[in-house]
Design a binder for this molecule. Structure first.
Ligand code: ZN
Ligand code: ZN
Length: 246
């Protein structure tokens, strides 16, 4: 009976306050859409194309149907072994993620992660149970205190609960950096050199680690994190992000 009443209650609430798209504020007809996005924004949520680097997911802009490695992966500049991403960081995903971060909606993160996981294909070869532990790329203390949460930590926490895997904060920033988005590619790599230190608790099995972040752009930050982890004996680092830049 309580369930029925609650159902009626939320139906009434939907009439008075129709649910709105998390991204553009348009009214949503079907209130049960898990992501709470309008149809226009759903369509504008673009997944990575199949034509991408099989190791890091970098989009092959020439759309060659081959599965050859991108330049960065071929040159060995990347310190993580593989990267798994779902969306292109553009359009509706970019707007949605800005809202999560800047209007502070960490409570949206589980539904966004679930929607992203549903988009993974066998090509992604994502097996959440192959890792000894999950960890994340920590944001700066300043940004965390301004926002009240660290998006990467929230994603990692949700994934760890979902798959019942240990989550450990292995990484910390040992110096501050300029925000990466203001910099070019080479400057980004320089900017994050020596920024992260990894500490592995005694007795923690860490042969393979899933490193989690929200967005992958050049990969310089994730690479610096993978480098710190590997300097502490981790053998395999796979990066998981919700989106990556084109
Ligand atoms: Zn919308
Ligand atoms: Zn690559």
């Amino acid at each position: 009976m309580t369930g029925l009443l609650t159902g009626i209650g939320s139906g009434l609430l939907d009439l008075i306050y129709p649910p709105r798209c998390r991204t553009c504020d348009a009214e949503i007809g079907q209130a049960d859409l898990a992501l709470e996005l309008c149809e226009t924004c759903i369509v504008d949520l673009v997944c990575l194309p199949r034509e991408r680097c099989p190791a890091c997911g970098k989009i092959n802009l020439k759309r060659k149907p081959d599965r050859s490695l991108c330049f960065e992966c071929r040159s060995g500049l990347r310190r993580f072994d593989r990267a798994i991403s779902v969306y292109v960081y553009a359009g509706a995903f970019r707007k949605l993620w800005h809202r999560v971060k800047f209007t502070r909606h960490p409570e949206w993160i589980p539904s966004i992660v679930d929607a992203a996981l549903e988009k993974l294909t066998p090509d992604d070869e994502f097996n959440p149970f192959l890792f000894d532990a999950y960890t994340w790329v920590p944001t700066t203390d300043h940004r965390k205190s301004v926002r009240g949460f660290d998006p990467a930590e929230e994603i990692a926490g949700y994934l760890a609960r979902k798959y019942n895997r240990p989550i450990v904060q292995f990484l910390r920033r040992i110096r501050d950096t300029a925000p990466q988005f203001e910099l070019g590619r080479r400057a980004r790599i320089k900017n994050v050199e020596g920024v992260f230190a990894a500490a592995i608790p005694a007795g923690q099995r860490t042969r393979a680690v899933l490193l989690i972040d929200d967005i992958l752009t050049t990969g310089a930050t994730a690479s610096a994190c993978a480098d710190a982890l590997k300097s502490r004996g981790v053998q395999k680092v796979v990066l998981f992000t919700l989106a990556r830049g084109a």
